[in-house]
Design a protein around this ligand. Structure first.
Ligand SMILES: Nc1nc2c(ncn2[C@@H]2O[C@H](COP(=O)(O)OP(=O)(O)OP(=O)(O)O)[C@@H](O)[C@H]2O)c(=O)[nH]1
Length: 348
């Protein structure tokens, strides 16, 4: 199982010094989990799954907005205050909530609206605008191939799961996918990623626990080039002890990628956990200062009423949310679509 795949230069040798490279070849059959997921997926469809996943957030926002509308006949200042409270409770964040309320007030004034029942469609329109109002838009940067996706984020947010789900999806689309286990801090992280590689039926490059993450990424790149891979997805260590260390760790990886894979299309995907609410926004700010994030994956939206955090993430960071996680299954990662997202929170 232990193969030395490539001849290395002196510099490269330093990176992989004393580390074993483990290349794991996957069995070709899919697991039962995957076929169960497929059956489940075809039953509910993507929008149905999104709606299901956003159930708690819907109850926290849409149902409460309905209650407000019922208790006010006419639009007045108090109605706006109640609306503001609902958004803050749903973790939309103070700054973003204020922006939304001001814009809704402007629209109400411009259109000379007076009935409380007219507020919901204005709010919906405003929320869609906030989610669409971001540079770079929501498509993952993976074209043209070869592409490399560096996945960053603190421990426990769902990085490994997101990589596994992505790998499965790309492979289903007929792409050649390779994983690189750059979170070498914990042996469990490497094992977990290997399990996901198995489920997704893709290969993985990993070293032993405690080895240099940049070395694993280096070997991943060499393997991706040698095997003509379309997409290399790299896990990275998720320690957020302080910004300087984080920057050092990530910068080393970015230097390797820049030097060894200059022509690859690059995506730096930050994974944040929706259940942590405003904490997710704080983490995103730290990572944005530490490296050039090109997209965000917001996970665990199904487990929380704090789904409103997506509005804060998008409007305060100006980095597009590209993926949303709505469950633990292999199919529960969706491309983020602002229109569908708001429609799922405010069903007709
Ligand atoms: N409900 C739900 N759970 C999720 C989602 N994404 C990930 N999880 C779960 O969150 C837990 C942590 O996910 P991991 O992928 O291990 O997180 P990580 O960031 O790689 O964490 P470390 O392995 O500690 O670095 C696991 O139990 C996942 O199944 C999601 O979208 N919804």
């Amino acid at each position: 199982m232990f193969n030395k795949l490539f001849k290395k230069s002196k510099n490269e040798e330093e990176l992989t010094n004393n580390q074993e490279e483990v290349i794991t070849k996957k069995e070709s059959e899919d697991t039962n989990d995957i076929s169960d997921d497929n059956i489940e997926q075809s039953k509910t469809g993507f929008f149905g799954r999104l709606k299901e996943g956003l159930e708690k957030t819907r109850r926290g926002i849409s149902d409460k907005v309905d209650d407000i509308i019922k208790s006010y006949q006419k639009i007045d200042e108090e109605l706006f205050e109640d609306l503001e409270e609902v958004l803050i409770m749903a973790d939309v964040g103070l700054e973003t909530t204020e922006r939304i309320i001001e814009d809704v007030k402007d629209k109400v004034k411009e259109r000379k609206l007076t009935e409380a029942s007219e507020i919901k469609s204005i709010l919906k329109e405003e929320l869609k605008e906030i989610l669409e109002d971001v540079e770079g838009k929501s498509k993952l940067n993976i074209n043209p191939s070869p592409a490399i996706i560096l996945v960053v984020g603190v421990n426990g947010v769902g990085k490994t799961t997101t990589i596994g789900k992505l790998a499965y999806r790309f492979r289903e689309e007929g792409k050649k996918v390779l994983l690189s286990a750059g979170d070498t801090f914990r042996a469990a992280a490497i094992e977990q990623l290997s399990e996901w590689a198995n489920r997704a039926n893709v290969d993985i490059i990993s070293h032993s626990e405690g080895s240099d993450p940049a070395a694993v990424i280096f070997d991943g790149i060499q393997a991706a080039k040698a095997r003509n891979m379309d997409i290399l997805i790299c896990d990275t260590a998720g320690r957020l002890h302080n910004k300087k260390n984080l920057m050092n760790e990530l910068n080393k990886i970015f230097r390797i990628v820049g030097r060894e894979y200059p022509n690859a299309t690059k995506e730096v995907l930050l994974v944040v956990d929706a259940t942590t609410g405003q904490n997710a926004v704080m983490q995103a700010k730290v990572f944005k200062e530490a490296c050039n994030i090109t997209g965000i994956a917001l996970t665990k939206l199904d487990g929380t009423a704090k789904g409103g955090v997506i509005f804060a993430v998008q409007s305060e960071l100006n980095v597009p949310v590209k993926l949303v996680g709505v469950g633990e299954g292999i199919n529960d990662l969706q491309d983020f679509d602002p229109e569908n997202f708001v429609d799922a929170i405010f069903p007709e």
